[in-house]
Design a protein around this ligand. Structure first.
Ligand code: NAG
Ligand code: NAG
Ligand code: NAG
Ligand code: NAG
Ligand code: NAG
Length: 877
């Protein structure tokens, strides 16, 4: 069948009602071509985009709400509360019309963040201030793109899958309103079929970001992937499978599979569907399904048009290879391949990757496959530094890899659902996830945050979130809130209970928590979630504050977890004197802070007023080993929330800076969390021409238990690690500065362990380039990224750590600089700039190969008076 007759063809995709309007018969489905299996087409490329800071159209959420709410219906349990689409249509919108001329609009690909490449707003009273990252996230954005449909799409369901659009997304096809989803972190599906026609279709998406909508950088625009799923009208529903394991041991595992099948057909078609699911090993090396190892019993069903049918099946797998977090265990994965067949035709093929593991939540921590896993976690916001919120798999993978090198085994997705791909990566790398959905409930933190729509949307958002993420073995804890204002309010416990009830309905296999920073042991709120999640409470933040034993006494068998710990702050490579003799102190203008330059000392002893140094947290965790572990605030620096200096653009909390350079703290965590790595790390740098003769403390982070420091060959004394007195570092606080060489020799159990040296350098003489993990090839798929670090070095090749030379990047060959950065939270040069000052002797360039091209890419970094660096890469198409 060809698309020869336009009216009839329009019907091929149309709702019954539309076809009646068009005066057509409905017999076409009879001669529709055989429908193949599912086709998931990326819609990432080739959008036209425009943004306005004033009001460009007459559209608003409140007027469109009656047509938006039906998008949530699959996720609202009480059928009486589901919205019906009004019988009238909303007013036409110019920018959604097929004939609107968008040629003058910017051509962009998604994932796209319209704010991150623009200039920063500097100064006090900026339009967007420090908290939201000083970037222009606000305004209304329109995205338009054509979709071509041909004969093979006839008779199929055409489903638009948007993984994340910030925020208040609304979608039109061919000028007609389809639906929307306001929460910017949600993934959602809309059915385009009733509005589609043969040939050219015009998709239009509107997003709207208010000012004061977040406490941190939210990003702006369609910042995650967009897909068009083309599949038979009888198919596995959106996120419509769920695999759980009941009895799990090394010998066998019982598996339960729930498959939701929907029938979007309005015409007669196949009456019986056979549903069968095979289980295959997932081969991590090839990224593909390998040997078949089992299957679920197949069943035959019929599904009424417009209805859903749930199929349950169980099986037992012998000798399962279990999923567990690295480094203690291995992240083995399986893939379930579900097939829907009817009359010899395959209607749908749907794949669900999963892992088999047993999780026990106890008063003495979490056990995975019977083994206690101490949570060595970090909080991570969703932005990817200079790339902003625009999701990129390679950038996220690098973040996780560096955290794993440090010994981190868990991530809390503070405070919003992550991308789907982040969870895929966590599954593959073996990282535990505390998956979090909300930063606010009914009560606001910012004027325009989620509290505005909480009452309408908390249920659909929560159900959709859990159905999306519950097959990921990495996800072990659901969090349905963070530091909500309701903690001590009268209705707080009731709201918490209703949210927890929803979570447990959607997934009774995992425990829930909420990050609580001020609900105490006696507040009703604290007893609601399964796990007591404490932000800063318990780690000893001061007199009068509740302690871990206070919570333990009240809830002796509940798991207690530091969902947010430390909030240590520092600026990489910046050392401020004098250095506190304490092991943890609140930063101030006279203690660790430099308000003029807006830097915080990297001696890593300084924290915000509600926090504590890493070591003070370690001490509290060691004193109370029943605490399940900690999620440090934060793993990486992030855009926005630049406490304590609001004039800056990005945070000081990260263990790793915004560009991806580890701060000194990285090695402190590594010494505790990854103790088999033989390492020693000296701070500060040793270029202090003005400090000759002055006391300049030298501290060392090492996994050894004893250390001796030498300055120009003269011993400064032997130290033993004083963990029992709360010191997890070696510190020589009375070293008198003279230029030359520091060397530390460390020991463990009496044997030599690791050494490190730090030399006074000469003047900068050149630049040295290297690539992350030494990778020199890059896929020319338009998505892969390569991370190039440039160091300012002296004649001997030592990094000159206080240098800030202006570096210019250039590229020859089929590649481009995407962004540059240096990790300096005060640097207000826009991210795409090829000119970037070194900070602490280092700068970063992120490079992409031009899609479809191959060959040599040469990246050159040059700086006045210095020998240039050249990094040669190969693009593979
Ligand atoms: C909207 O536009 C369509 C054609 O694109 C037209 O048929 C319809 O009448 C318009 N609706 C309103 C309310 O103007
Ligand atoms: C899907 O719904 C249509 C319309 O009600 C019906 O004719 C058809 O048999 C259903 N398909 C299945 C597999 O049940
Ligand atoms: C199928 O499994 C789900 C989830 O465990 C359960 O809620 C439902 O009752 C089961 N349905 C049947 C028919 O057993
Ligand atoms: C050392 O002192 C001189 C003179 O006060 C000053 O110009 C210079 O910036 C200082 N150097 C450093 C590295 O602090
Ligand atoms: C570390 O230093 C000690 C003492 O100088 C020396 O004996 C040892 O060989 C060094 N180890 C390494 C790995 O350099």
């Amino acid at each position: 069948m060809a698309f020869g007759h336009s009216l009839k063809n329009a019907c091929d995709f149309a709702l019954l009602a539309l076809c009646i309007l068009a005066g057509n018969d409905l017999a076409f489905a009879e001669d529709a071509p055989a429908v193949g299996a599912r086709d998931r087409v990326s819609l990432n490329a080739g959008w036209r985009f425009q943004r306005w800071t004033d009001k460009p159209d007459s559209v608003s959420y409140s007027t469109m709400k009656p047509w938006i709410m039906p998008s949530a219906n699959d996720f609202i349990k009480n059928t009486a509360k589901r919205a019906r689409r009004p019988s009238s249509e909303p007013a036409n919108v110019t920018f959604a019309q097929p004939d609107f001329d968008d040629k003058a609009w910017e051509l962009v690909d998604v994932p796209h963040d319209w704010a991150v490449k623009r200039p920063f707003y500097a100064g006090a009273n900026a339009v967007i201030g420090g908290d939201m990252g000083r970037l222009p996230i606000h305004g209304v954005g329109w995205y338009r793109r054509a979709i071509q449909l041909d004969a093979t799409d006839s008779g199929k369901s055409l489903l638009l899958d948007i993984d994340g659009a910030m925020s208040y997304a609304m979608v039109w096809l061919n000028g007609r309103f389809v639906g929307g989803w306001p929460y910017g972190y949600a993934s959602f599906r809309l059915d385009l079929t009733p509005y589609a026609r043969s040939g050219n279709n015009q998709l239009a998406i509107r997003v709207d970001n208010a000012m004061e909508s977040s406490r941190f950088y939210p990003g702006a625009g369609i910042y995650r992937n967009v897909w068009l799923t083309k599949v038979s009208q009888q198919h596995v529903a959106y996120d419509g499978t769920w695999i759980t394991s009941g009895q799990v041991s090394d010998q066998s595992a019982t598996l339960d599979l729930v498959t939701i099948i929907e029938n979007l057909s309005t015409a007669s078609s196949a009456t019986e569907i056979e549903v069968s699911t095979d289980i295959h090993v997932w081969d991590a090396a090839s990224g593909k399904a390998a040997a078949k190892v089992g299957q679920f019993p197949s069943v035959k069903i019929a599904v009424d048009g417009g209805a859903k049918h749930t199929v349950n099946a169980s099986t037992t797998l012998q000798n399962p290879r279990l999923w567990g977090p690295r480094p203690l265990q291995e992240p083995n994965l399986y893939i379930a391949m579900t097939r829907l067949q009817s009359g010899g035709r395959t209607l749908d093929e749907y794949h669900t990757r999963f892992g088999i593991r047993a999780v026990q939540y106890t008063g003495d921590g979490i056990k995975i496959n019977g083994q206690r896993v101490y949570i060595q976690g970090v909080n991570q916001h969703h932005d990817l530094g200079s790339l902003g919120a625009a999701f990129n798999v390679r950038a996220a993978e690098r973040q996780l890899e560096m955290l794993q090198d440090m010994g981190c085994n868990a991530v809390r997705t503070s405070h919003n659902p992550p991308s789907r791909e982040l969870l895929d990566l966590a599954d593959e790398l073996g990282i535990l996830i505390m998956d979090e959905i909300f930063d606010t409930w009914n009560s606001q933190k910012r004027r325009n945050d989620f509290h505005l729509i909480f009452s309408d949307w908390h249920e659909p958002d929560l159900r959709a979130f859990i159905r999306r993420d519950r097959n990921h073995p990495s996800v072990v804890i659901w969090s349905f809130g963070n530091e909500v204002a309701e903690q001590r309010a009268r209705n707080g416990a009731a709201t918490a209970q209703s949210l927890k009830d929803i979570v447990r309905e959607e997934d009774p296999t995992r425990y829930t928590t909420v990050g609580s920073n001020n609900a105490g042991p006696n507040d009703a709120f604290t007893g609601v979630a399964d796990i007591i999640g404490l932000n800063y409470q318990g780690e000893g933040r001061g007199t009068g504050a509740a302690t871990f034993p206070d919570f333990r006494a009240k809830f002796p068998s509940k798991m207690i977890l530091s969902t947010e710990s430390s909030s240590g702050i520092s600026t990489r490579g910046t050392y401020i004197f004098p250095v506190t003799t304490s092991n943890s102190i609140t930063v101030s203008d006279s203690q660790g802070g430099d308000p003029r330059n807006r830097y915080v000392s990297a001696y890593e002893l300084y924290a915000v007023s509600w926090g504590a140094s890493p070591e003070k947290v370690f001490a509290a965790q060691d004193r109370y080993p029943y605490v399940a572990g900690e999620f440090v605030w934060t793993g990486w620096d992030y855009l926005g929330e630049p406490t304590p200096y609001d004039l800056s653009r990005s945070s000081y909390f990260g263990i790793i800076d915004l560009a991806g350079f580890p701060k000194d703290r990285f090695y402190l965590y590594q010494s505790r969390w990854n103790p088999t790595v033989k390492m020693a790390h000296i701070l500060p740098h040793w270029n202090w021409p003005n400090r000759t003769g002055q006391v300049t403390p030298v501290h060392v982070f090492s996994s050894g238990d004893q250390a001796e420091l030498f300055l120009n060959g003269v011993s400064q004394g032997v130290q033993k690690k004083a963990i029992s007195s709360g010191s997890y570092r070696f510190r020589w606080d009375r070293v008198v500065y003279q230029p030359g060489e520091l060397q530390v020799v460390t020991y463990k159990d009496g044997n030599l362990w690791a050494n490190a040296t730090m030399r006074t350098t000469g003047e900068p003489s050149g630049l040295h380039g290297s690539t992350y993990r030494d990778r020199k090839t890059i896929k020319a798929d338009g998505a892969d990224l390569l991370f190039i670090s440039i160091a300012v070095v002296d004649q001997k090749g030592d990094v000159v750590r206080q240098s800030n030379n202006a570096i210019t990047f250039s590229v020859q060959g089929p590649g481009e600089i995407v962004t540059t950065d240096n990790g300096d939270p005060t640097d207000m040069v826009a991210f795409p700039s090829p000119e970037r000052k070194a900070f602490g002797g280092l700068a970063l360039a992120i490079v992409r190969a031009k899609a479809g091209s191959s060959g040599k890419i040469t990246v050159t970094a040059s700086a006045k008076g210095l020998v240039s660096a050249e990094v040669v890469l190969e693009a593979l198409s």
